[in-house]
Design a binder for this molecule. Structure first.
Ligand code: FAS
Ligand code: PHB
Length: 389
């Protein structure tokens, strides 16, 4: 078997790249470790930058998002009871789209099925060979059978725990990491959102976030210690703690209900450089992880795919390698801006166990400055809605 581009990982990165390349007449094979149902069962991101919206439309996977997603022209920031709105539309004339990653993945699968793309599920033992030659080789097993194929390029879209990043020699990789001393407990419930837009709340008890998926499906998060386990948190305890961290008038409006999904995710910032080695390109979580505070994870994966798909299409249609040669540098320039924004918002909004009184005054001052300055809110909105590609 031979293909032009081997794609390791069938999450949003891999599926979107496969879709864009196949639409341009470039052959791909997607190798996914899990079953399709498992991939579709994941509850993750909820906010799409406008660049992501346009990329999904370009890929032919945006119709349901346009019909069922909600365009938000702003969001709220709250601190110890006070709350203000950042108006993206007034400052920038643009929105974000609230539409869950689960739905994005469903739409990408549907688009891939429609064009007959090759996606192999439940594959194991993927190994990448000859990456510094013009004909890399991929070996893997499926249903106990061993398989191998050659390709021109490999896209490592297999997430933080995948095999692609480690396929780059350690002496070539420069990794940057910051692990945060807390996690997020997330709850999905069939309850109406407490406000029509997202609320990011800082509080002495810890950070809280009120998000949503649709008018009858809410997604809430609270900061919890890393030592906490999901079983430590009954629904009642979760709702009480969330209310304690929200402004009183918001807490009074909160409709509670049984959780249909409850999980704790750790928070880290991580980047590996470079994002290319020979014929291997890293995309999405395989190359970088952001704390979900800035809603950047999925959106950064999409901008990586924008740069890489453009570069590969330029290579195959014009024989010009300039786009793929510039991929790592272009992607990293945007990644580091998103890293800074996500780190900054996480630092401003969370309670750090070892923070001093001075540190907390700095957090208060930064939030007060944002509340009082339209220039600061405009810059915040530029980052939150997504910097240009
Ligand atoms: P993914 O991790 O989504 O996909 C990688 C795929 O590769 C997976 O399907 C995996 O099964 C497969 N794979 C792994 N190893 C393999 C191997 N050896 N062989 C074959 N396949 C392999 N982002 C936000 O913006 N907001 C959020 O609220 C948010 N919440 C998150 C919560 C959690 C628990 C996690 C883990 C992430 C969250 N993210 C969030 C970030 C998330 O949305 C990612 O940015 C997004 O899924 C990135 O997509 P991919 O790069 O495709 O990686
Ligand atoms: C979500 O809806 O899951 C969500 C929204 C915004 C974030 C993080 C998560 O910053």
């Amino acid at each position: 078997m031979k293909t032009q581009v081997a794609i390791i990982g069938g999450g949003p990165s891999g599926l979107l790249l496969s879709q864009l390349l196949n639409k341009a007449g470039i052959s791909t094979v997607v190798l996914e470790r899990k079953s399709r149902d498992y991939v579709l069962s994941r509850i993750r991101a909820g906010v799409l930058e406008w660049g992501t919206v346009e990329m999904l439309r370009k890929a032919g996977a945006g119709a349901r998002m346009d019909a069922e997603g909600a365009a938000h022209g702003g969001c709220y920031l709250a601190s110890d009871g006070a709350m203000f709105r950042v108006d993206f539309n007034a400052f920038l004339g643009r929105n974000v789209m609230v539409y869950g990653q689960t739905e994005v993945t469903k739409d990408l699968y549907a688009a891939q099925d429609a064009i007959g793309a090759t996606i192999l599920h439940e594959v194991d033992d993927v190994v990448l060979h000859d990456l510094t030659t013009a004909s890399p080789r991929v070996t893997f097993t499926q249903n106990g059978q061993s398989h191998a194929f050659t390709c021109d390029f490999v896209a490592g879209c297999d997430g933080f725990h995948g095999i692609s990043r480690p396929s780059i020699p350690a002496e070539v990789r420069h990794e940057f990491e910051k692990v945060y001393p807390f996690g997020w407990l997330g709850v999905l419930s069939r309850t109406p959102p407490v406000r029509h837009e997202l609320i990011y709340a800082a509080h002495a008890r810890g950070f809280a976030l009120c998000s949503m998926r649709n008018p009858m499906l809410s997604r809430h998060y609270i900061q919890v210690p890393l030592t906490d386990r999901v079983e430590d948190w009954s629904d009642a305890r979760f709702w009480d703690e969330l209310k304690a961290r929200l402004p009183a008038e918001v807490a009074a409006d909160l409709v509670t209900g049984p959780s249909i999904e409850k999980s704790i995710a750790p928070l880290r910032s991580f980047v590996t450089e470079p994002m290319r080695w020979g014929r291997l390109f890293l995309c999405g979580d395989a190359a970088h992880i952001v704390p979900p505070t800035g809603a950047k994870g999925l959106n950064l994966a999409v901008s990586d795919i924008h740069y890489l798909s453009d570069g590969l299409i330029q290579f195959y249609t014009q024989g010009d390698p300039a786009g793929i040669d510039a991929y790592s540098e272009r992607a990293l320039a945007r990644i580091w801006q998103a890293m800074r924004f996500s780190w900054s918002l996480t630092t401003m909004m969370h309670r750090f166990p070892d923070s001093s009184d001075y540190d907390r005054r700095m957090q208060d001052a930064e939030l007060a400055g944002l509340m009082q300055s339209e220039a600061a809110q405009r810059a915040w909105a530029e980052n939150y809605t997504g910097l240009p590609y």
